[in-house]
Structures are given as C-alpha cells and as structure tokens.
Design a protein around this ligand. Structure first.
Ligand code: G3P
Length: 199
C-alpha cells in the first residue's frame, strides 16, 4: 500500500518525508485554504519539495468543461505525476471520461458509495478515493465500503486503484493495509500515530 500525506503544510511534509517512506502528497481546496496563500504557489512549493512523486490536486469547477480547463492548467504548472482530483459527481464523471482519453492522471475523489467508485473506474480514473471516516459519519461503514470497492475492482478486472482517504485513526489505516488496497492518504497526526498501533 502506498502512503501519501494528506496536507499542504510544507514544514510538515518535509518532516514526514525525512522520517518515513512517503509516496506523495494529496491536497484539497480546504487543506490549501488553511495556508491563506495562492493555492498554485503552495502546490508549486509542494512539487519542488517532493520531486517527481505523486501530487494530487483538486479542481474547483462544478462543470465538466470547467474541470477540464483547470486540469490543463494544473498539469502545465505542476508537471508530470500530477493527479487531477475530480469529484465523483455527474459532471465529474463526464470530465473523467474526457480527461482519461487525453491521457491525464485522474483521482476520482469524494467517494461515499461503492457504485460511485465503479463509475469512476469505468470513466477511466487511475485512483478512486473513498472517504473512510466521512462514510462512517453518515452512519455507514467506511472500512467495509472500501473493501467492497476493492472487491468490485478485482472482480471486474479494473486497473483503477483505491486511494483511501479521510482517516481519523491508525486502526482504520491498518485494516485497509492488511486488505491490500493500493494507497492511503493520511493526515500528518495520524501518520505519526501509525507507530503507536498495538494489535
Ligand atoms: O483527502 C480527503 C480528506 O482530506 C478528507 O478528510 O479528514 O476532512 O474527512 P477529512
């Protein structure tokens, strides 16, 4: 399972990269807003900091046309190995279909149900990102839903990998690591707690 940092704070990213085997960084609009700076300036700094590792950055537009335009801008500014995070909404699936035909790397984000992940995979997403803890907060089971997505991908022969997100504790990360999901993006405080997990 790949391990990514779900944060845009440069100091935290540098510290975690120094200590742990990290595979990349994911951001979203609320994470970037915390810096109170131009989001592209922050993203460029992250890119400089992590080299060619995976950088995931989210589009803001709610229309497919707007998402596609933003994807072009992001890829141009942030370079190779940038994954365009596209929300798994109807216009998002339309954008994913078009972007995958153009060869963009796509992360289908904000996934709350297994069938959203199924549609993302069919639309050409490289990653599907279920929000584990937020699914729990809706009264469903985030871990079980993510395992079901893994089964759906394997059974249907999709190349799409899971990038599990929205973790609140190390046990949630451990459960999915043991199940063999492709990747997890984890907030710095939860990464630091991974070494405190006692079975
Ligand atoms: O990557 C998605 C993630 O940032 C959402 O996490 O903790 O806000 O539910 P959270």
């Amino acid at each position: 399972m790949k391990l990514l940092i779900d944060d845009a704070n440069i100091e935290k990213i540098k510290k975690l990269y120094d200590l742990y085997p990290i595979d990349g960084v994911t951001t979203n609009p609320s994470i970037l807003a915390k810096s109170k700076r131009n989001p592209y300036e922050v993203l460029k700094e992250i890119r400089e900091c992590i080299g060619d590792d995976e950088l995931h950055a989210q589009v803001l537009s709610r229309t497919a046309e707007g998402m596609i335009e933003e994807a072009h801008k992001m890829a141009e500014i942030l370079g190779k190995n940038t994954f365009i995070k596209v929300p798994s909404i109807p216009e998002g699936f339309k954008a994913m279909k078009a972007l995958s035909k153009e060869g963009f790397k796509i992360t289908a984000t904000a996934i709350y149900t297994p069938m959203q992940a199924y549609l993302a995979a069919k639309s050409g997403a490289d990653y599907a990102a279920p929000y584990v803890n937020r699914i729990d907060n809706l009264g469903a089971d985030g871990i079980a839903s993510t395992k079901l997505i893994q089964n759906i991908f394997e059974t249907n022969g999709f190349d799409t990998e899971i990038l599990a997100a929205s973790f609140k504790n190390s046990n949630q990360v451990q459960e999915l690591c043991a199940y063999g999901v492709g990747a997890a993006t984890v907030a710095p405080d939860v990464i630091e707690n991974l070494i405190k997990n006692a079975c």
